[in-house]
Write a protein of this length. Structure first.
Length: 394
């Protein structure tokens, strides 16, 4: 009996050992791989084909640059000969305006040797003292400016400086806190020693509000040329372009002006393109490259607060006439046969379609399928191949 038990036990151990060996072999087969299998398992998956849909859209070729909003009139404020003969020296005694400040009609800009230098509305620069008996367009301009400031000129005819205009001048000076200067003692019976509007105390600008662009005068300085500069009139935009860019621009082209500070966009048209003559725009340095100034006229008046702001200027250099069939530029290729084409991909199959290209811009190009071929909006065309990262890679 004991011998039979021993034989059964031995048989059981043998069977168990077989199972263990079999399991080990299976495990080894799962873990141990051939070099070819290992390389195949770690190779990156096949590259994926990138496609984009054919669209119907308006294509525009745009040139983006920077520009500055500027007024149509720039006035240099200088001190002329003093009307008061008792003043022996012209010295800046007050500065009443700061750079960037908005200026209204009748506002005092500076004080020179105790006398005001103020601004009134008018297109004609002051070129002489105005007093009783003077006639001309400059007199009519001064009368209109005084009336607009709330100082009527009575019954004086337009362009004739009479008693009513004298009263208006005296009233205006009182309103700004000064006594009106008077003419010298009369040399003839026709002359008068009444109030005078002297060239040394008035600056005319075309419209208000005006803007102080720069202030160079300081209290105690000799009063001469270039004390201050003003800008006024309708706002325009001046953009700078290179010689290469100039070839893309012509008068009448559409322009978009974007203000980053306000987030607003305005439209306009190119008025002119000319060679830049102001070296200050490059900090007074010669950059070695020809620069050109593009003048832009806004479609509607720009807000006065944009005066002096640096803005983004987009010139639409070319545009398709309405919506056209368009694909991304990367979808168009030229084969060894010289044909320009796109590749349509549908259900994993690819089909080459010869096309004629048109206007391009904004990353798209106009395409027209050649005779005998067909391409429609919504079709998927190949734009590139995107390789995938290797297994275990980042």
């Amino acid at each position: 009996m004991s011998g039979l038990v021993r034989r059964r036990r031995a048989l059981g151990l043998l069977v168990t050992a077989c199972f263990v060996c079999t399991g080990a072999g299976v495990g080894s087969a799962l873990v141990v791989k051939s070099p070819a299998q290992a390389a195949a398992d770690t190779a990156p998956p096949p590259a994926s084909v990138l496609t984009a849909a054919v669209e119907r859209r308006v294509i525009s070729q745009s040139l983006i640059t920077r520009g500055e909003v500027t007024a149509s009139q720039h006035v240099d404020v200088s001190a002329g000969p003093q009307a008061d003969k008792d003043i022996g020296r012209s010295v800046v005694t007050k500065v009443e305006a700061d750079p960037g400040q908005r200026i209204n009609a009748g506002q005092v800009l500076l004080e020179v040797s105790g006398r005001p230098l103020f601004v009134l509305k008018g297109a004609l620069p002051a070129y002489r003292d105005l007093a009783r008996g003077k006639r001309g367009e400059d007199v009519a301009q001064a009368q209109a400016a005084l009336r607009a400031a709330g100082h009527p000129t009575g019954t004086d005819p337009s362009g004739v400086f009479g008693a009513g205009t004298e009263k208006a001048v005296a009233s205006f000076y009182r309103s700004i806190g000064y006594e009106a200067p008077t003419a010298e003692a009369p040399a003839t019976r026709a002359a008068s020693a009444g109030p005078v509007l002297p060239i040394s105390e008035v600056v005319f600008v075309r419209s208000f509000p005006a803007r102080v662009d720069d202030v160079r005068a300081k209290v105690g300085d000799e009063a001469g040329e270039g004390l201050m500069s003003l800008s006024a009139g309708a706002l325009t935009v001046e953009a700078a372009v290179t010689l290469q860019q100039k070839g893309m621009i012509r008068s009448g082209q559409e322009v978009r002006v974007h203000s980053e500070t306000t987030g607003r966009q305005f439209t306009g048209t190119v008025t002119s393109v000319g060679k830049e003559t102001d070296p200050a725009k490059d900090g007074g340095q010669d950059t070695g490259a020809e620069k050109y100034t593009v003048e832009v006229t806004p479609s509607k008046p720009l807000p006065s607060e944009l005066n002096g702001e640096n803005v983004q200027v987009t010139v639409v250099a070319a545009s398709s006439k309405g919506k056209v069939l368009a694909v991304p530029s990367s979808a168009v290729s030229t084969g060894a046969d010289g044909l320009t084409s796109v590749t349509e991909r549908e259900d994993g199959r690819e089909r080459r379609i010869p096309v004629t290209v048109g206007v391009s811009g904004d990353g798209f190009v106009q395409v027209t399928p050649r005779e005998g071929t067909r391409l429609e909006a919504g079709a998927e065309v190949v734009v590139g191949v995107q390789p995938r990262a290797a297994v275990g890679g980042p």
